[in-house]
Design a protein around this ligand. Sequence first.
Ligand code: FES
Ligand code: FES
Length: 169
Amino acid sequence: MVGFGLNGHRVTVQVEAFSSLADVLRTRLGLTGTKKGCNQGACGACTVLVDDRRVLSCLMLAVQAQGRSVTTIEGVGTPDALHDLQREFVTADGFQCGFCTSGQICSALGMLEEIDAGIPSAVADHVAAQPDPTELEIRERMSGNLCRCGAYNGIVAAVRAYAGRERAR
Ligand code: FES
Ligand code: FES
């Protein structure tokens, strides 16, 4: 048994010791918004937030979630109440098939937390993280999230628009 916070609720679920968090979310808990692309840490489709940090759920054992707080795309927004970042994805045409989108959105939210925490980018010309990431910086920070449809221009535009708006508040 493993117990953890999931999208604001407490869940307890029976898992195998070898089950990944991605598999448990999808098959035991019915949260299929989290996608499995490569199942080996290479594509980012399975990205969720664990204690507000982005995590590849295909590489995390479900038992490692014990006592922690997990947020999936279902906890970010709903069709009736989209998160502002989801709205920016719609506006900017940030997806085609949508398979990578849950991971892109969770990853972007985690990335912005990393910037706020002062974690610098490998391509930034400054050591300290800057509050308003450049397009190049977003592309580097999000480079673990692949999009086979090639919707990168829209993805970056959506993330930039959201980041700029959030920081203008
Ligand atoms: S499914 Fe987890 S990184 Fe690809
Ligand atoms: S929108 Fe199809 S893989 Fe990204």
